[in-house]
Design a protein around this ligand. Structure first.
Ligand code: FDA
Length: 367
């Protein structure tokens, strides 16, 4: 008889929900987390009364009522709607592309004029089979929008020229002939009042959590403690990188506390000019309509992943997907380990996707 029913590696969204649901069903759980805090990438830290999203802006959105109802038990959400602004040199544009964007770009007034302008721009280029991301984007929205709002941002994000990126990266570019600048199409959206960390504190209440513990530092000891493991770390690391390393893109965050109450008037401003090195600036207080005297901003840079960096975005190209498939075969053969979450499943998941995933997993495992 082992001491715990479940050892949960990682106190992010997947691990914390699993632990919460297992504990609710009378299972004894131990959560270990290598960082010095819970919450994974959703973690927020209160600095000068502002809830700072330490691992990048996190906006909760979903159309799944079950997921929305589930998360509501841990926090009340505010009415925040993501309406980013794009800055190209000294021009400001509304995102996603909508009537405000088109009016600023060309002075057009009606939806018909905007549609005609975009069609005219697309026709001018005469691209029948896009050979790369640049041609794909131009064939969808025309040259002006591409040059000012897509090119620089995308090149910074990927660290490569748009002409060197495959066309399939952009399948479609939403164009709205309305004044709706709500970035998401989902039914529900908001930011937890008081920040995300409180959600995790409530989920993990009464559960044993050890922070600053890397599973791999004392792997055998931790494995011996529990009947089953829920692993939310990197799948290639779990299997000793035996087939090679999976690749990621990483981010660098540059933070600044400013002695002014309002820096940019919006939570998210994208810098779409290729000459500006960062991709966007987040002004955290605007996620919660903050009225503090100071403000806290984060410049976000996209970067190549190197040893020691945070693995933020999986690069799901052919090479990496094939590699992941090999690890997945090994993972499926391990009946006493559940591999869950963005690192173990090597896939980008939004928070609502993770909640759906873990609830499905709970249903299979615990009901
Ligand atoms: P997560 O990474 O959060 O948790 C895994 C935990 O395991 C980490 O805390 C890690 O330290 C720990 N761990 C790993 N290896 C370990 C080991 N060996 N030993 C011990 N602990 C270990 N979603 C959304 O809905 N809206 C949004 O706006 C955003 N924005 C956003 C911005 C950025 C920059 C990123 C990278 C991601 C988003 N997301 C998002 C996605 C969101 O962050 C994601 O859905 C969840 O954090 C995934 O939760 P997981 O539990 O899978 O991983």
């Amino acid at each position: 008889m082992k001491k715990y029913d479940y050892l949960i590696v990682g106190a992010g969204l997947f691990g914390s929900i699993f632990a919460h649901e297992a504990a609710k069903r009378g299972k004894k759980c131990l959560v270990i987390e290598k960082r010095d805090h819970i919450g994974g990438n959703c973690y927020t830290k209160n600095i000068e009364g502002i809830n700072v999203h330490k691992y990048g802006a996190h906006i909760f959105h979903t159309s799944n009522k079950v997921v929305w109802d589930y998360i509501q038990q841990f926090a009340e959400f505010n009415r925040f709607t993501n309406s980013p602004v794009a800055r190209y040199k000294d021009e400001l544009y509304s995102l996603p592309f909508n009537m405000l964007t088109f009016n600023k770009m060309w002075g057009v007034i009606t939806p018909q004029e905007a549609e005609a302008k975009i069609k005219e721009q697309i026709a001018q280029e005469n691209i029948t089979e896009p050979q790369n991301l640049e041609e794909q984007a131009i064939s969808l929205v025309g040259r002006d929008i591409y040059e000012k709002l897509i090119k620089g941002y995308t090149e910074k994000q990927w660290g490569r020229k748009c002409t060197e990126l495959p066309a399939f990266i952009i399948k479609r570019l939403p164009v709205r002939y309305t004044y709706d600048n709500n970035y998401f199409y989902d039914t529900y959206q908001g930011i937890p009042i008081g920040g995300y960390t409180g959600i995790f504190e409530r989920m993990l209440e009464g559960i044993e959590v050890k922070l600053g513990v890397d599973f791999f530092a004392e792997r055998e000891m931790y494995e011996s403690l529990a009947e089953k493991i829920v692993f939310t770390g990197m799948i290639d690391e779990y299997f000793g990188y035996q087939f090679g390393k999976l690749e990621y893109r990483s981010l660098k965050f540059e933070n600044q506390l400013l002695e002014q109450s309002n820096y940019q008037g919006n939570a998210v401003v994208n810098y779409t000019d290729g000459n500006v090195p960062f991709t966007r600036i987040i002004e955290h207080k605007h996620f919660e309509f903050g009225t503090q005297e100071k403000t806290y901003i984060t410049r976000e840079y996209s970067k190549e992943y190197a040893e020691g960096d945070e693995p933020y975005y999986p690069i799901n190209d052919e090479r990496n997907n094939e590699l992941y498939a090999k690890y997945k075969v090994l993972a499926d053969a391990k009946s006493n380990v559940i591999f869950g979450g963005r690192l173990a499943q090597y896939k980008y998941f939004d928070m609502h996707n993770i909640i759906a995933e873990v609830l499905f997993c709970v249903e299979k495992e615990l009901n």
